[in-house]
Ligand binder design. Sequence first.
Ligand code: ADP
Length: 840
Amino acid sequence: MSSNSGIQIPSRLPLLCTHDGVLLPGSTMRISVDTARNMQLVKSRLLKGTSLKSTIIGVIPNTRDPEHDSEELPSLHSIGTAGLAVQVVGSNWPKPHYTLLITGLCRFRVTQLLRERPFPVAEVEQLDKLEQYTEGDRADGELGELSQRFYQAAVQLVGMLDMSVPVVAKLRRLLDSLPRETLPDVLAAMIRTSNKEKLQVLNAVDLEERFKKALPLLTRQIEGLKLLQKTRKLRPDDDKRVLAIRKGGVFPGRQFSLDEEEEDEDGDDMAMLEKKVKAAAMPEAALRVCVKELKRLKKMPQSMPEYALTRNYLEMMVELPWSKSTTDCLDIPAARVLLDNDHYAMEKLKRRVLEYLAVRQLKSTLKGPILCFVGPPGVGKTSVGRSIARTLGREFHRIALGGVCDQSDIRGHRRTYVGSMPGRIINGLKTVGVNNPVFLLDEVDKLGKSLQGDPAAALLEVLDPEQNHSFTDHYLNVPFDLSQVLFIATANTTATIPPALLDRMEVLQVPGYTQEEKVEIAHRHLIPHQLEQHGLTPQQLQIPQDTTKEIISKYTREAGVRSLERKIGAICRAVAVKVAEGHKVSRAESPTEQHEDQNTENKEEDSGIASPPEMPIVIDHIALKDILGPPVFEMEVSERLTLPGVAIGLAWTPMGGEIMFVEASRMEGDGQLTLTGQLGDVMKESARLAISWLRSNAKTYLPTNGSADPLEGTDIHLHFPAGAVTKDGPSAGVTIVTCLASLLSGRLVRSDVAMTGEITLRGLVLPVGGIKDKVLAAHRANLKRVIIPKRNEKDLEEIPAHVRADLDFVFASTLDEVLNAAFDGGFPAAVSHPQVVSKL
Ligand code: ADP
């Protein structure tokens, strides 16, 4: 440490305020930094600075830096230690912080605080000028005597330790090489002393006083050691416990600690944790790990980064519901009533859910399939999941899987990483606090994949009843029994669910709603719910059925009811303003009545006075336009079908069914086909197929002007509007044929007909999927006739009777039948358009 003597610290120092621990010159200490100013200091001074000077900072003990930058800095302890930051380690766990390794250089006194933000900087006066002692006056007077006594005590202390331990031997050598006057600081930092005592040593600027303060501490430690060695002789097997190296010091003796306060606190904490571990009723494997970690933790100095990690781990382990569960209270008739009350329509789904619950009741150890609700957004998948939890009397937890592309999200990070944590399953269990909740795995179709492993594979382990009784999260590293958890999954489409995962699940389709169903849902559930959310009553706001219908057809276009709910919410907000304004006026008029009347009848009268005269506010056509603006969707079907070369197809998307226009135009050219509108390969092939079929059947269907090929000298452009949406699939085949037939014949397609079906080169119509959603879309768009493949006839069973009654279905097995149904008067008809013919 003689190198210290030459050190000249800068006259201005940035200050690091510490609360626990006192840094003494000549010792090294870890300081955890997490308050705003200290963090700033580390960031802008230590991490940016390049010179040696920039790594020297002033450490002020006994002052907690306020958490927030804006708060006042408390008054600072006047003496601090200038220190050299030897190492900076950053971590984000459990919250952002740095750990600094600092070696104390010398004392300083704060003469003037120059600034407080972003971190305090002060003008300082260096106090230890070590060189003045090192020469000459070593043995002089009282100081010399004191330093000699101190040195001897230090030698005695080290002599009592086991010299075979390398660090002890090193310390012995150090005692001789260090200047005597540095010994009080160095030894006070090493032996077991409380912060208060260290602070006294730091405050002793005068060297003589410093020796006087430090000597009793050293003697106390020697006495402690003597006592320890005596007992050791009595109980030889306690050997191992003696040399616990703690707090960066070399000295032993947890059980002989003289540092009461700190030790007690620590001990209490540990005892609490130990108690919790015992109370957590975990399986043996987990208990064993916990006990081992607890032992390790006890030996670890708190400033070690691993301490926090181990502690967090143990706290996680004790909080997990290893054997805590709720009792199922399943009563099938009650469950039926509850499901019916919560949800309108969705009969098939509710029936299947009841079956599932009934089986569970009969056989509690169910290893059945996982239910997976598949349907467009806003059709109530999540809300059915929640109802299931309620009927069972279980806790409910939703795990959103959309965009999860790292398997550690499911299975946790190994504990070797800084910031590692358990996966969502274990975290969910910790949140609900029982081991048999209902877990809703939302959006399993949107799982991603990345270099960090496939989350679907991890989910397989979670969902597989054969494996999930010993699910091992990487963070916990001990198995957790998930077999009591009831998993339900939701998805918009099965197409993107990984096949292995799909295999474990029973898919229940939840199709979109018809307009009538939506009106019912709105009046039974959405409007009362929104009224309640906005603090309104039916006496204040009424939405008639006609208005709801108008919202559904002109302001929303969706399979579910989510944006319908939002629109109703918007109406409620607008009305809430009106009602609140009304209240204000009346309050001004009769303030006493408003406040004092507690009884409900009077309250009602009150609201009569309070309400503006037009209460309840009834939302009619005009009010609707005022609140929601002009209609967003107009029925433009008939307008768009005023020219030949346009036909309406039916498409299925994860959002539900939709109607889709197909447009075609022709121009002179050399027989090229142009396709636009973001089409996939299958769609492009359908278009080519349609053209080939028309060409080969031109004689039968199309007016020709003598040449065998109606497309000779003509380019065709096919466009599928809504270019932002990628479209693929074979089901547009019949629509493309109809559209081209219309273009080439110059005849208009019926404006109230929509169609779907795959075609073959020979003119057959093959079945397609998503019929229910598609038919509902046609019904929503007010179309009257729907052409579907004959082999899809059976799918109509799922469609509500009133929708079926509104529509005229044509079941086609050949393109002949399709064209006949799509054109008024059948196809071909003897009508020909002269101008079109002339172009050919
Ligand atoms: P999803 O999970 O299918 O996207 P949600 O379950 O979040 O949809 O449903 C959206 C909203 O619609 C919820 O407020 C829900 O209560 C309501 N809802 C949907 N379907 C029904 C129904 N059949 N009966 C009553 N409310 C419904």
